[in-house]
Design a protein around this ligand. Structure first.
Ligand code: DX5
Ligand code: ZN
Length: 216
């Protein structure tokens, strides 16, 4: 299991210190939630913030774009240091083109699906992807409750990937905590985003350990 703490729940006034904590605790990726106030009802950060973190942490940047028409900003996030870029199928008119654009920069490409979006929308682009992001909350805010129908969706996606003989990561984002991570992993996910559960914890190191112990 790869753990990707979402900095949405970090303390922005001491962001780098918080990032060091998750790095020291053995997390694998840094999940960066970008929101535009259009696609989702919240505004977070843009390329300058991401760029300011470049070279300050060993954690790869997993950039989750919750923005309309993301093509306009892909190059800026690449320049800012993104290693993985996720775009929402619901926000792309030409999803295949957007995926090719991300890949043209030698950055890993992922597609995110809202809870109500069926898996069919990625059927014909699946082989072009490095990762699929299953949203287990409606995007926009940290600290929401896990939507249980996501488990069936993860299982179906896993089967879809296996039936095509592909090797694609399944990331799950929203409402994942140490006490429900096992069901998410058992359903077939291998990359877990956790915001409030990790950054909201008093003891980040022991929370990360708990996540890892609970999936055994
Ligand atoms: C939601 C974001 C998530 C969020 C997860 O729109 O994409 O990454 O930060 O936060 P938690 O883990 O608190 O649900
Ligand atoms: Zn996210």
């Amino acid at each position: 299991m790869k753990l990707a703490p979402s900095i949405l729940s970090a303390d922005f006034s001491s962001l780098l210190e918080d990032i060091k904590k998750v790095e020291d605790a053995g997390c694998d990726l840094l999940h960066i939630d970008v929101m535009d106030g259009h696609f989702v009802p919240n505004i977070t950060m843009g390329p300058p913030v991401v760029k300011s973190l470049k070279g300050k942490t060993k954690l790869p940047f997993d950039v989750h774009l919750m923005i309309e028409n993301p093509d306009r900003y892909i190059s800026q996030f690449v320049e800012a240091g993104a290693d993985i870029i996720s775009v929402h199928s619901e926000a792309c008119v030409h999803l295949s083109r957007t995926i090719q654009l991300i890949k043209s920069y030698n950055v890993k490409a992922a597609v995110a699906l809202n809870p109500a979006t069926p898996l069919d929308v990625i059927e014909y682009v699946l082989e072009d992807l490095d990762m699929v992001l299953i949203m287990s909350v409606n995007p926009g805010f940290g600290g929401q409750s896990f939507i249980n129908s996501s488990l069936t969706k993860i299982e179906k996606l896993k089967k879809m990937i296996e039936s095509k003989g592909l090797n694609i990561d399944i990331q799950v984002d929203g409402g994942v905590k140490a006490d429900n991570v096992k069901s998410v992993i058992d359903a077939g996910a291998n990359v877990i985003v956790a915001g409030s559960a990790i950054f909201g914890s008093e003891d980040i190191e022991s929370t990360v350990k708990q996540f890892r112990q609970n999936i055994i």
